[in-house]
Design a protein around this ligand. Sequence first.
Ligand SMILES: *Cc1c(COP(=O)(O)O)cnc(C)c1O
Length: 227
Amino acid sequence: MSHAYSVAAMTSPAARLDTIRDGIAAAAKAARRDPAGITLVAVSKGRSVAEIEPLIASGQRDFGENRVAEAAEKWAGLKSRHSDIRLHEIGQLQSNKATVAVALFDVIHSLDRLSLIDALAAAADRAGRCPGLFLQVNIGDEDQKGGCAIADVPALAAAIRDRGLPLSGLMAIPPLGLEPAPFFALLAKLAQREGLAGLSMGMSADYRAAVMLGATVVRVGSALFED
Ligand SMILES: *Cc1c(COP(=O)(O)O)cnc(C)c1O
């Protein structure tokens, strides 16, 4: 009986995608925003090509990975078959991976220090192209979390712009276990001060709140890939 029940309760990847899209649309409507201004990134880190393919078949085109080697291995074939896929780097990036990252990713969300900005600028110069860039902010001032200090946002944003790189906006992950909305609101305020339109914030548990507070990119993993 319990087995039959769990099978009956399973949803398809396409149904989960619809649920998240509906959630984004409802939150956008509540905030009087156009849902077309919000990009859903399906976070596929740790997921197999077989798990990813049904989402591509359902029309999903933006995917997020956190490790360069894993992303390269999984996406070389998928990207050649679906040339309109956009791959997003959402994990901490080492400067010595800048060349590979520039070749592989369409958007990098985890820029957070001057040495990485310089490495990316050099790699982009050699490649003749640069991914879209988000500056990651350690919005909860946590130890051992990626992202720059809030106080460093103006200088790092200026450094990115000084090098002629395309800065789209700010990215953050609020502290686990705390109400995320104040952190989303703070990130929105910091972006506004810098004149930046892009806000990469919101995950499976809180993407609706993020959309209500201005997210232009939400990064959703488990709610898309797990029942
Ligand atoms: C894993 C991850 C996500 C997705 O988290 P879920 O809770 O599974 O939706 C989003 N952003 C970043 C930076 C991540 O590492």
